[in-house]
Design a binder for this molecule. Structure first.
Ligand SMILES: *Cc1c(COP(=O)(O)O)cnc(C)c1O
Ligand SMILES: [Zn+2]
Length: 426
């Protein structure tokens, strides 16, 4: 049963407001202001939260995103059902020395649970609200990872689930949705067309679309990526963050997370530069930043980085603002460079990322080369998804080895082919 507006009143810890005209909409499944058609955003009553969001209180919480519940839009007494997030932040010395960096960190959401991408964070927060709004069916339009995360968490939480995707997604992302029992609808069209269809469906059916009518709540889940970076750096902010962009939401929410930490006195104030990363074959946000435009021109995506292939990003305008307002920059990389960076990250750090991670690293390499990022600055690369989902881009990169007989002599012969004789001793 759909119960509509909930928890409007004086005790409200948070509510939706229009980003542009500031009109308050309470807490409802809605993403666009009906007065001015701008996006809605979750606003908090920070004074009522301050005492619950201290380093000590956070440290007492569980080792997952729910340790930051005080600054997430969650219904009162919400009981989380999954330990999402708190993925490793690692110092990447091997990678650093091969790309001319020094203080380089990787935030590794390739191992985020339950479905191996940062989308698990946003879905966890969206579904908490789907339940309180009374939806029994949840849904999304997806470039792949959101489909996996929504399907898995819908299964865990007992929702019916419909997923809408462009027909040409990677097989692993399609299977990784179907396995959870979700109803999958493949659309012959681009993500942007899929998303438009979902907006129409959301108007007709009382379903919770995590990235349409629940989008303001969903997007807040991305803040946990930023909180974790700060906490794992010892409650300090980095100098730079390099972040892949699809709809452009994540980069804006990392910035919001850092600002909240500063405003609540959890970290020392620091100016952080934000760097956006896109594939050249779908780079509406990077292109706008490079041209000095405040808004994007929609593109028709053509890249192997399908998880980032959104030609008309919903938060494009705000991503541009985040980047240029911080003194950062935005880059884009070609498909071959994406593959090369996937391999470099794997060979130097033992982390297997999907194409989006190749985009992040490929762009970071350009940013170091052009001195937009300096080696001594503390820089965090956002690795947001797992390489096992996009193995199709690597199949032509490696030879299929011929099998050998299970005999030591055979192996020694093989070894001999690889090893050059080395003189031993003096
Ligand atoms: C969705 C996605 C992104 C980008 O997220 P936005 O908030 O839409 O910009 C980055 N990396 C991966 C792996 C994704 O699936
Ligand atoms: Zn408005």
């Amino acid at each position: 049963m759909f119960v509509g507006a909930a928890r409007i009143g004086k005790a409200m810890r948070y509510e939706l407001r229009c980003r542009e005209c500031n009109k308050s909409w309470g807490n409802v499944p809605k993403s666009i202001c009906e007065d001015c058609f701008s996006p809605l955003e979750v606003f908090y009553d920070y004074d009522s939260i301050r005492a619950d969001f201290t380093r000590e209180k956070i440290a007492q919480g569980p080792p997952n995103i729910w340790r930051y519940s005080a600054l997430l839009p969650l219904p009162d007494h919400y009981q989380p059902t999954l330990p999402v997030g708190f993925t490793p932040l690692i110092k990447a010395n091997g990678l650093a020395s091969s790309i001319g960096a020094k203080k380089l960190y990787i935030k590794n959401d390739a191992v985020c649970l339950p479905t191996l991408s940062f989308k698990d964070r946003v879905v966890a927060v969206a579904l908490a609200n789907a339940k309180s709004f009374g939806f029994d069916t949840v849904s999304c339009s997806s470039t792949g990872n959101l489909a996996n995360a929504t399907a898995a968490q819908a299964a865990r939480n007992g929702f019916k689930c419909w997923i809408f995707i462009p027909a040409d997604l990677e097989p692993a992302k399609i299977l990784g949705t179907q396995v959870f029992g979700a109803k999958l609808v493949r659309i012959s069209g681009s993500y942007d067309q899929v998303n438009r269809l979902c907006s129409q469906i959301a108007d007709e059916h009382l379903w919770g679309f995590v990235n349409v009518n629940l989008r303001p709540y969903y997007a807040e889940g991305s803040k946990t990526f930023g909180y974790e970076i700060a906490e794992q750096l010892g409650w300090r902010l980095p100098d730079n963050v390099v972040c892949p962009m699809a709809g452009g939401s994540l980069i804006t929410k990392i910035k919001k997370a850092f600002q909240e930490l500063i405003d609540l006195g959890v970290v020392e104030p620091k100016h952080v530069k934000f760097f956006g990363a896109q594939a050249t074959g779908c780079s509406p946000i990077s292109t706008a930043v490079k041209l000095g435009n405040a808004d994007i021109d929609p593109q028709k995506p053509n890249t192997i980085a399908r998880s980032l292939a959104i030609g008309n990003p919903a938060d494009g305008h705000y991503a541009i603002k985040t980047i240029t307002g911080s003194g950062g920059w935005s880059e884009d990389v070609s498909d071959p460079d994406i593959v090369d960076s996937i391999q470099l990250l794997a060979e130097t750090e033992g982390i297997f990322t999907e194409t989006a991670g190749g985009v992040t690293l490929g762009c970071a390499r350009k940013l170091y080369k052009s001195d937009r990022i300096l080696p001594d600055e503390t820089t965090v690369l956002c690795i947001t998804g797992n390489g096992l989902k996009t193995t199709d881009v690597l199949v032509d990169e490696y030879e299929q080895e011929q099998p050998i007989a299970p005999k030591l002599a055979e192996f020694e012969r093989l070894l001999g082919e690889f090893e050059l004789p080395v003189a031993v001793g003096a």
